[in-house]
Structure formats: C-alpha cells, structure tokens
Design a protein around this ligand. Sequence first.
Ligand code: ARG
Ligand code: ZN
Length: 869
Amino acid sequence: MSLPRGDGFIHLADYRPPAWRIPSAELQFELGPDATEVTARLALSPDPAQPGEALELDGEELELLAIALDGQPLPPERYDYDGRRLRVHGVAADCTLETRARIHPAANTRLEGLYRSGRLLLTQCEAEGFRRITFFADRPDVMPRWRIVLRADRAAYPVLLANGNPVSTRELGDGRHEATWENPHPTPAYLFAIAAGAMERVSSTLETMEGRRVELNIWAEPGDVARCAYALGAVERSLRWDERRFGRCYDLDVFNVVAAQDFTMGAMENKGLNIFNARYILADEATATDADFLAIESVVAHEYLHNWSGNRVTLRDWFQLSLKEGLTVFRDTEFSADLHSRALKRIEVVRLLRSRQFPEDAGALAHAVRPDRYREISNFYTMTIYEKGAEVIRVLHTLVGEAAFRAGMDRYFADNDGRAATLEDFLAAHAAASGRDLAQFARWYSQAGTPELHVTDAFDAATGDYTLTVTQNTPPTPGQPEKLPLLVPLRFALYDASGRAITAPPEADAVVHDGLAELTAPTHVLRWRGLGARPLPAFNQGFAAPVKLHFDYTVDQLARLARLERDPFNRWDLLQRLATDALLGAAHAEAATAALGDALADLLADASADPAFVAECLALPDFDTLAEALPEVDVDTLVARREELLDRLAEEQVEGLQARYDALADAARGGLGGEAMSARALRNACLAWLTRLDPEAKLAQAQFDAATTMTERLAALRCLLHFQAPGADAALQAFRDAHAQDPLVTDKWIGLVATRPDPEALDEVQALMATPWWKPANPNRVRALLGSFARSNPLGFHRRDGAGYRFVAGQVVALDAINPQVAARLLGGFESWRRWASPRRELAREALASLEGKLASPDGRDLLQRLLG
Ligand code: ARG
Ligand code: ZN
C-alpha cells in the first residue's frame, strides 16, 4: 500500500510492503453507546529489509487519551497525530505500543467502524473502517494474531462476540461483565469484528470432515430470532459444500453470524463472526419472498466461502479486491447451481450482468477487474469487481476444465495459506496446475470494457465450404483508449438441415477442442469442408465468456435454433434475443414479435416445461439491458415500445396464461420445495401479464386477498399498485398496517411505490419523505425508496422535465453527510448519462454539475469527478 501521489490517486505500481509488522494485537473495549474506550497493545517489529522507516499508524477521528511505548508514557514531542495518521518518532526496533482512544458509536452514521444498530453495538471494517476504531496499520497485508477483550454493562449487553474462539468470561462486579476472544489465524484488520447486545440465537453443532466440532450460531435481536432458522440451514449447507467441492474445512470452534437492521452493504465475512444486513438473514414464508430465500442462501454461502477465499488467503492490497470477491462470487454461484437448477442460476447471473455490469463497463465509471489506481476504494465494490470478476474465473474454469481448476485452487490455497496474495499468485498456481501459459488470459484483469465478437459466415454451395469469421474488439473506456485482444473461449455448434449437430471439427487458425475455440487474435476463421447444405450456427452456449456476440440471424433462424438448442439457458437466451429484435430490430421487428409469440405459446402449452423456466422466458429484457444495446437512449420511446409489446403479447397469449395460472394453483400452495417455488414464479409472471388486460385487476385482487405466502401477496400488490387498480390504495394500506413493525417488509411496499412506472411516482416518493417512514440513516430504507427510484423507475428518474435527476442529486448531497457509501451508490445511477438522448443528457449534466463543491466525502467527490470527467 502507499499514499496518494500528487494526482490524488493511489497507484498499484507504488505498492511497498509494510515497513512495520504487527505479529500480535490485543484490544480491550470498554463498551458504551455514547462513548467507547479502546485500548490497543500492538507488538511492532520493523521490516529488516526497510530499516529506519518511520512508525506510522492510521487513525481516523479518534480521541487519543493515552499513549505508551514499552510501558512508558510517551511525552508529546515523541509523537504527533493529525486526525488521520499517528507518527511515533525515534523508534527503530521491536517494541510494544499501547494507545487508548475514545470513539462514539451512537454518533457514527457512516456505519463504518463501531456503530449502533437498534440495541446492538457492532462493527464494519472493510475496507478502511478499522482505523475509526483504534490506531493501526489498516492495510490487508498486516495480519496479527488477535486477542480481544470486551467489557460492557451486562443488562444492556449480555452477549459479547468477537473474532475467533471464546476464551473466558467473568463478572466485573459493577454490573459489568467481560468476555475474551482469541483469533489464532493471522488476520488483517478489515476482518476484525465485534458485536454486543441483547441478542438471542438459533444454533446447531456439526463435525467437519477433519473431525472438528463446530458450533454454528445465528444471532439477532430477540423479536427476530424466530426467523433465523433458514439462514442456519444455509450455513450448514455452505460448510458441507465447501468440503465436498473444494476440500475446504472450517477452522474455528465456533462460527457466529449476527443480523443487523442497519448495514451499508449485504454482509461481511469477518473471521468467525460474519455480520449481516438483516435482509439476508431473516425470513419466513409470511414475510419473505421465494427470491428472498434464495438470496439469503446465496449471501450466507458467499460470506461463509470467504473463510478460505479471502480470510485464510487474503489480499496484499485493495487492487486485488476481485481476487477474493470475483472468486467468492464464482464459488457461491457454483454452490447455488449445484444445490438447485444450474440453468436458472445461469439465467439469473447473466441477467444481472447484462442489466448492470455491461452498462457499468460501458459508462463513465468503467474500470478494470483489477484497477491500477483509485482515489477511494469504497467506490470499487462494484458489479465489475464482483460479477465480471466471477465471469473471468468462469472463463478460466472453461479453459482448463473442472479437474485442472480444482487442482489449481488446491495449489493456490496451499501456497498462499496465511498470506496476503496477489492476482499473480493466483495465476501462478493455476498455470502450474494446468500447465497453461495464462499471460494473455490475464488481460481480462487489466482491460476494462465488454468485449464484442462479430461473427459472419459464408457458404460456397459448389464446394460445400462453410466459414465462420470471428473478429473481436473491446471499445475504449475512460483512460484506456486502445485495447488488446483477449483470450476468449468461444463455444459453438453447427446444425444441419435435419437439426443434427455437425460433429466434425473445423480447420482453424485457433486451438479448437470439443466445440470450443480459443480466440486469441483480432480475427479467426473456422472452416468446414464439404457440407451438403448451409448449416445453422450457434454461439457462446452457457454464456461461457462475458462478451456481446453479434451474428446477423434471420428471425426464422432464431426461431429454429430456439427449438434445436437442448440447453435451457441457450433456449432462454435465444428468446431474449428474439424479444430484443422485436423491440429494437426495426427491419424484422414484426417477424420477431410473431416468432416470439409462437415460442411463448408453445412454452405455455408445454406442461412438462419447468414452470420457473417458463417464467424466465416470459420476463423480457429489462429497460437497462435494452438501453445498453443502443448507442443513444430515448427513454420514452424505449419504455413505450416495451409496454406495447407486452400488451400485445398478453392479448395473444391470454388463454395460455390463464390456463397455466389456474393449473398451477395447487402446486403453488405453500412450502419452500422447488416445485412450489417454481409454480409460484410462473403464476406470478402470468398474473403480471394478465393484469394488463384486466382494468379492474380482479385476479390480482383475488390473489392478494387469498395469499398465504409473501411471494404471492407481494406480486399481487405490485400488480395492484403498478396498474393503479381500484383496490390499490386499500390493499397498500392493509399491507402497510399488517407489517408496520417490520422494517424489511416495509421496505418492500416502499420499493413498490417508488417503482410505479409513471413520472408522477416522484411525487409519491417525495411525499413519503415527509412521513415517519423515511429513515435516511437506514441504508435499506434509502435503497428501497431512492435506490429503486433511481435504478428501477425509468419513467420517474428520467422525467422529461429533469425533476427526477434534480431530486436524486439533492438527496445525494443530503445522504453524503450521513453515509457517504450509500450516497455514492445512489450517484452511480447517473453512470450512463452520456448516452441519454437530449434533452436528458443536458439535464443530467446540469444535475451533476450542481453537485460540485457540495459533496464532502472522498467517496462522493471521486465519483462525481469520474462521472463528469
Ligand atoms: N466483503 C463484503 C462482501 O463481499 C463486502 C464489504 C463491502 N464493504 C464496503 N465498505 N464496501 O461480502
Ligand atoms: Zn464478498
């Protein structure tokens, strides 16, 4: 790590190992909501390779109460502290530094460091929050072994948790008590955590493959503990899966998870003490949807799986962030795919990639999976680091195959256990295990932008020669005008006139094996000789590479392919392509609409098709995905076209939709089994289409009244509100009252109000801000009201008069003073502003320009500069 250069950026190239190591750290907390005192005793040891370096520690907004070196209080001339860095003068050898500092958890609205949520005190340290707790070398390559002593009033804080294993507890006599924890694994400060308060738990015990007995606990505030059972099961499944699939065991005697109502991100993988946003823990059928359950399972898995990919092997510096995040997303998606439907998981991931990561990679905030400079690391917890990072791991997996991939992972874990690693360490392990040179593959990490493949074909009827010419290019991104060719594994198949796959391999100027071409050059040609007729090609099955593939299919070809392809992911993808042509393909939009209608009719009539899969096919590409395919976005036209297509298809398919809705009624009744969830998914999809034809929304009203699960109730409420049914207000009020005490369910109805597809939704959002429902310090509430408005209400956010942009910009200013990370996320809603057609581009620029000089946080200022840059 290093300090910023004169340009204000921290550069990867400036990395230097820590001048001082900290082999062990002991912290003592005197906990209280208004003031907490933290005593830190650090063993410090200079790096022999960097003798004479000054001793400097991070410390942000700390009130320094006492400082001593080797037991002797330090006189003021021996140190200075400017509110950011503590410098201790005249030390050159091993020593023990003791500091005592005061912090103020209840006043901490940034939710970084130690803060209060409800009646709990808890921490969030990644990336650089630990320096808000005590003085320390707050960088991931400093990894002490920790001893943590917590003291607090027993009545208010009966449960005291920290990283590692519990060692001892005792009463202190004055109503206070103490708990001591030890974390035997070398652990960086960003994985530090404590949690204290009146928590209750659900628990279980299991024995790892290595024979260690582990206690698993999920902790929550007393009223919430009844909704933790599902998350506990998810922990058990994650632990078992990592043993089975990666041979990785859990390595402490206890694994604690805490659910908090106030949490900026999704969750945090602190060693032995994961802390979660309550929305990714609490669930029962009356308050959580099926999608919530699946998200909970996948986030629980994600955090658990970090114990190896992130904690045992951590990061050398923050430029390597995707080394843990991309890898762990890859691992958690494999977990979900192994446990449920692989095809449905792939569809979910590719939807997210296309609607959120592709636009990021094409917009003002585009950056490489491993950036080479940053001003504020908090702004890099992005779709690119997480989702594209996971896709790049998948590319590697595709190139080397499961067996070599597993061998490469084993080697990576073995070689780097207990270390702070780099991407180069990861690639070296995989290169050694697979015997492959990964130099060109590594460009995926340094080059931003979504690669585009253009494929053309030619058939010579006289000779039967068929050629595919594939060219690749990656568009310029901020700071990267020129791009080099990437190593792209392109899957392909050819079908003959009778629909059989042609198995003969092509002659090619690229490595080709098992229907996979390894593209390395700007252009490749694949040639088959002596074919009887022009074949039909198919590409990128399973979305093996995160690219945009262009091939000029006729509508007939697409429709035929959609029938030929056996893999459900591909069939879904081809229907998405047909829908995109129906919406954006001027020349054959009409033919594409007809073909899409036929395909959907077949699917609806096919009782053997998985209903959840049919539901995915009914969900057409969303606004963001479509917008990303256009050089310039005319919001009104795009939304109107999409609505027209949906209305028309609904009319054509009304019988099939109604029949499927009715037929699945029994299967949908209750339970979290795959079949019931699948039935509910399709019924809800049908309901949304049918409500278009039903101005009274009778069906939605009936479903709302009779619903026994949140999945059914919420979907019905969405239809009532978004189609402004006569019963909408009454239904909303009933729903609101029934769940008034539950912030997570309250977020759900607020999200529905904020996403009503109507420019006037802005008025309702503003009206809600004047009620007690508005809680700007609660990140979930901000996301429900403002995040969903800015990200998922194109008609509201992109109002023609610019009021949506001005409103969101104004809220960014207000939130920047409360929680800069939440504010910066919201500002990200402007990432594609340069592609918005006039007058919106100008209105957006004005709204952004109005923020200049008004954002105090590094997060906000960095993002604004990049947006306007
Ligand atoms: N490491 C956490 C996760 O992936 C996310 C923490 C993000 N924190 C932040 N301040 N941006 O699960
Ligand atoms: Zn993560």
